[in-house]
Write a protein of this length. Structure first.
Length: 426
């Protein structure tokens, strides 16, 4: 692995949190992500299922975890591939039992071939079964993944017993981060900062957006990141107004703004950052008006993130603040605002959420009405997008909710207009 070893006690704590929420005489089963075919005889670069990693720290395919809460003490059984020299000759070493135990903190390590036999013995003693499934409302897939298949098998075979998806329990446990997890998100944020500092002095008209992506990717990999936490958005000119523009194939033109939405993933933990800046190193008067309007909203919203409120609460505040800025920019009039419709008038220029949870996924577990608690990590990302003027600006940092408010994990990433201009012109 590219990242520094994570102490196994983190995964022990994580499993104990889940086990504490399981009823007596229950068992929960988690499958690792399958390898996804790419083309020809290749797979896509492997990324572990977030729930599986949260509970084990294992990044190897064809692994299975059973958590049981029976009359005996709660326990975990981890199944990994049996090392086979003929497979390793082609793919490299696989984890042996001792290594899997050291990473996960699980003492009982078995091989995947033994799963069916051991599972049948455990299942006969249980009244409650839990299977794992990604229930993110943004995700809709027809893929027959191992966790889904196993859940369907449980429901068919054990119709007289309680069979549930464990997604809600996993969300409750994952949403508040342990100190070790916060440190990993901070590391990802620090690598993101380093890449931004490398990008700015190299910006010049005539470059292509993908050249920025290349600088970014190189920095991420050199600093031990898995890579990108999500497909980076690198746009300039009119493309800055497209929220999820990921082609990154246009030339940077003198006088345009560049919009970046990017973040490193370190040890499977995400970071998320957005910045905008001028290609030629000098904001025009109008670009600066847009930029400072978004920056004022960013600072105001960041200042109110604290325990006891919800993302939905400050989404409403963001809308009001954006509306006032749009009035000042001359993009809205009071007459526009007075017209009642399905959506507020500002929605033409600001149409997305101002915040989401961040963790093992860029859009991590957690709902907009979740009351914020210390240890939660969220984004802060207001924006204004005006196609008529080819100006789109989003400013975003990764924010930790603390006991008394919040801490910006990206406060060291340049954001002031003058500092950005200085770094580009350096």
């Amino acid at each position: 692995m590219r990242y520094s070893a994570i102490p196994s006690n983190l995964f022990v704590k994580n499993r104990n949190k889940v086990l504490a929420k399981l009823p007596d005489h229950s068992a929960a089963v988690f499958f690792s992500n399958p390898q996804m075919p790419k083309n020809g005889d290749e797979f896509y670069t492997y990324r572990q299922d977030s729930d599986f990693f949260y509970l084990t720290g294992i990044c190897q395919e064809k692994s299975i975890l059973i958590l049981t809460n029976t009359n005996a003490a709660p326990k975990a059984i981890l199944f990994v591939l049996m090392p086979r020299p003929e497979l390793e000759q082609w793919e490299g070493r696989k984890l042996n039992a001792e290594e899997a135990s050291s990473i996960s903190g699980i003492s009982e390590i078995r091989f995947t071939d033994e799963f069916e036999t051991i599972w049948n013995e455990i299942a006969n003693k249980c009244d409650h079964f839990f299977y794992c499934q990604n229930c993110n409302p943004r995700l809709k897939t027809d893929l027959e993944l191992p966790n889904k298949i196993f859940g369907e098998q449980l429901e068919k075979k054990w119709q007289n017993k309680d069979v549930q998806c464990i997604a809600n329990i996993m969300s409750e446990c994952r949403i508040v981060k342990e100190p070790e997890e916060i440190a990993l998100i901070q590391k990802a944020s620090d690598i993101t900062r380093q890449s931004f500092l490398e990008i700015l002095p190299q910006i010049k008209a005539g470059m292509y957006e993908y050249e920025i992506e290349a600088i970014m990717t190189s920095c991420f990999i050199r600093n031990g990141a898995n890579g990108h936490a999500f497909d980076p958005i690198i746009s300039n000119g009119r493309n800055t107004c497209y929220l999820h523009y990921v082609k990154n194939d246009q030339k940077l033109n003198d006088g345009n703004l560049v919009q970046l939405d990017f973040g490193a993933e370190y040890a499977n933990y995400a970071s998320d950052c957005s910045r905008a800046f001028p290609v030629n190193g000098k904001f025009t008067k109008r670009q600066k008006e847009f930029y400072n309007a978004v920056y004022r909203v960013f600072k105001e919203i960041r200042s109110i993130i604290r325990p006891g409120i919800t993302i939905a609460d400050y989404q409403k505040t963001t809308g009001h603040l954006i509306q006032e800025e749009l009035l000042s920019l001359g993009l809205l009039t009071k007459e526009n605002i007075a017209i009642k419709g399905d959506k507020p008038a500002y929605f033409k220029y600001f149409m997305h959420g101002v915040s989401h949870f961040i963790g093992l996924d860029t859009h991590d577990v957690g709902e907009k009405n979740e009351i914020l608690k210390p240890g939660m990590v969220v984004s802060c990302e207001p924006g204004i997008y005006c196609f008529e003027e080819s100006i789109g600006i989003r400013l975003e940092d990764t924010i930790l909710v603390t006991e008394n408010g919040c801490s910006d994990l990206m406060e060291q990433i340049p954001i002031e207009c003058e500092e950005l201009e200085s770094l580009i012109n350096s």
